[in-house]
Design a protein around this ligand. Structure first.
Ligand SMILES: Nc1ncnc2c1ncn2[C@@H]1O[C@@H]2COP(=O)(O)O[C@H]2[C@H]1O
Length: 590
């Protein structure tokens, strides 16, 4: 192959590549290329003959990919009752029994062997490779569900289909011209012996252009002269009407779904604009509305998040909302140390709102229905003149809680205590009174924090009734004292019982010691005679007897050495009665 041929080859390849946008991606594109090359080789035989080696190489690379895809088919998992099956023998059996396997094998049949009989310049023998076209659609469908830009993908897919259709039609047109005879009439491809129409590139471009004219029904094609030409044109017109109408229809679908997607994210601006115009709303207000929409669009602010996520299961909704809003919530002081479950409960109840510069979020004296958390932006607590600022609130601050918390002693009741005005554009989350109350019921610590902050503000403003506060304090202290008294009483009763038990056991001990003393009377003489061993033996026997009687022999032995105080006995005698007396004494002490 000389240099000039290579140059032509690359030039043709470039042309082919540009036309087949995205073909070099993945297996599906290889399949597409393969089908195209089969077509182009079969019709534009010059290309096939000149670059035979290149075509053959491409063909067998594609065949290798087909084989690889078939091998993968044996290991492709599937779901059974929602669980992915990984058992290789089952995967194999499933693939072998599927219709896909039959198509795959049919597409891989070595029809190339027919080259031996028909000659190498008959690429049409490989037409069975088209049987894998279904895999291309499968791959495109999967890509469509995975891509983040499904509409762009759909448009690209449509363009690809249109291109392939025109390309195939161009090939058939060229073949038909060849069959009828190049330059035989006005309609067919001009005579290729004419240098202007001799080059392969020119042949392809001319046919592609002609095919485009017919299929897009732009018209302006020469009138057919032969029946074959009429038939071709009629078939093309029908294809154009059916296929292109559906293509154009789906383009419309893509465009409207793009618009729908925007409408899901942003409220319909056109509708509101039309309404404002028809109601002759003042130019200034219209401008404010337009500015608000513009801000939403430019900064991609989404105000309908809850609506967008509503079709997801609640666990996924929560997980998504938590991952989106957690950075904001974790900046809010009251939520910084609270449990995750509280945040999870709250996050689905938050409603995003966007305020424009100078807009009032709430006005003093209005009834409060929700509180706000600042996601982004600056807001001022302003006086009634709207200018004097008492405080500026920023990211992570919250406000509007006082009027919805029913703080005791709040002179303003459920009315707003201040005007809050947005300084620039501000992104807020609102949380309704019902949702907040419901959530705080389960999280009293967070409620206390909120009330505390509210009380501080009210005290600063002098809007917290002092007397009420004092009464509340006194009430609380009384409660505490009562609780303490109760516990003291129980403690004292327990103490009296303990003392009584102690005394009764002391009496029992003294009594036993007395008995022992009586039994051992007169033993001194025997001890003097040296019958120590005997005495000890008798003592042990006596002790055992006593032990058997009371069951407390060991204790007696120890007590034996303790000195016995006469006075204690008196206490013992009255020991059983003294329990009641002790309790009485304690009662009197109280
Ligand atoms: N001086 C202040 N500093 C910060 N926030 C305030 C101040 N005064 C009022 N607020 C907030 O502004 C809110 C107005 O509505 P609420 O009265 O419901 O709750 C109020 C407080 O959250």
């Amino acid at each position: 192959m000389n240099t000039n041929r290579w140059v032509r080859l690359f030039a043709w390849q470039r042309m082919n590549k540009n036309g087949k946008e995205g073909e070099n991606k993945g297996q599906e594109s290889t399949e597409m290329k393969k089908e195209e090359t089969t077509k182009i080789k079969t019709c534009f035989y010059d290309i096939e003959r000149t670059y035979l080696a290149v075509w053959l190489t491409l063909d067998y690379i594609c065949d290798f990919i087909y084989v690889f895809d078939t091998v993968i088919g044996f290991r492709t998992g599937f779901l059974e009752q929602g669980i992915r099956v990984k058992d290789l023998s089952r995967l194999k059996m499933r693939y072998l029994r599927s219709s896909r396997f039959k198509w795959d094998i049919a597409s891989l049949l070595p029809t190339d062997l027919l080259y031996l009989r028909l000659g190498i310049h008959t690429p049409v023998v490989r037409i069975n490779r088209f049987l894998r076209t279904g895999r291309l659609n499968e791959a495109l469908d999967r890509m469509e569900t995975r891509t983040s830009y499904p509409n762009t993908f759909r448009v690209a897919k449509l363009m690809l289909y249109i291109f392939v259709l025109i390309h195939w039609n161009a090939c058939v047109y060229f073949s038909l011209s060849n069959y009828i005879g190049f330059g035989a009439d006005e309609w067919v491809y001009p005579n290729i012996s004419d240098p202007a129409f001799a080059s392969t590139r020119r042949q392809y471009f001319y046919c592609f252009w002609f095919s485009t004219l017919i299929l897009t029904t732009v018209g302006d094609t020469p009138t057919p002269e032969r029946e074959e030409e009429y038939l071709f044109l009629i078939a093309d017109m029908l294809i154009a009407v059916l296929v292109f109408a559906s293509v154009v229809g789906s383009m419309g679908g893509v465009i409207s779904s793009l618009r729908d997607r925007d409408n899901v994210f942003f409220p319909n601006h056109e509708l509101v604009k039309g309404y404002l115009r028809s109601r002759r709303i003042s130019k200034e207000l219209q401008k404010r509305v337009n500015d608000w929409y513009q801000h939403l669009h430019i900064n991609k602010k989404i105000t309908r998040e809850n609506e967008i996520l509503q079709h997801l299961p609640i666990t996924l909704q929560t997980a998504t909302a938590v991952s989106v809003h957690l950075p904001t919530l974790s900046k809010v002081s009251i939520f910084q140390n609270c449990e995750n479950s509280l945040l999870e409960q709250l996050v689905l109840k938050l409603r995003p709102q966007v305020y424009s510069p100078g807009e009032y979020v709430c006005r003093k004296g209005d009834v409060g229905h929700e509180m706000y958390i600042i996601k982004e932006g600056k807001l001022a607590v302003v006086a009634d003149d709207g200018i004097t600022q008492f405080a500026v609130l920023g990211d992570g601050n919250f406000f509007g809680e006082i009027s919805i918390l029913n703080i005791k002693g709040n002179k303003s009741g459920n009315r707003r205590t201040a005007n809050i005005r947005s300084i620039g554009h501000s992104d807020l989350f609102s949380l309704s009174k019902e949702d907040l109350t419901e959530t705080l019921l389960e999280y009293p610590a967070a409620k206390r924090l909120l009330e505390e902050k509210g009380r501080q503000i009210l005290t600063k403003m002098g809007m917290l009734e002092e007397t009420d506060e004092l009464e509340e304090e006194v009430e609380k202290t009384e409660d505490k004292v009562k609780r303490l008294e109760g516990s003291l009483e129980t403690l004292q009763t327990k103490l009296a019982r303990l003392i009584a038990e102690l005394e009764s056991s002391a009496c029992k001990m003294i009594h036993r010691v007395d008995q022992l003393e009586v039994q051992t009377e007169g033993w001194e003489g025997i001890v003097a005679e040296g019958a120590q061993g005997d005495i000890e033996y008798q003592l042990k026997v006596k002790e055992r007897e006593i032990g058997d009687g009371d069951g407390e022999g060991e204790g007696e032995k120890e007590d034996e050495e303790e000195p016995v105080v006469e006075g204690e006995r008196g206490v013992c005698d009255g020991g059983e009665e003294s329990l009641g007396e002790k309790e009485k004494k304690i009662e009197t002490h109280k």
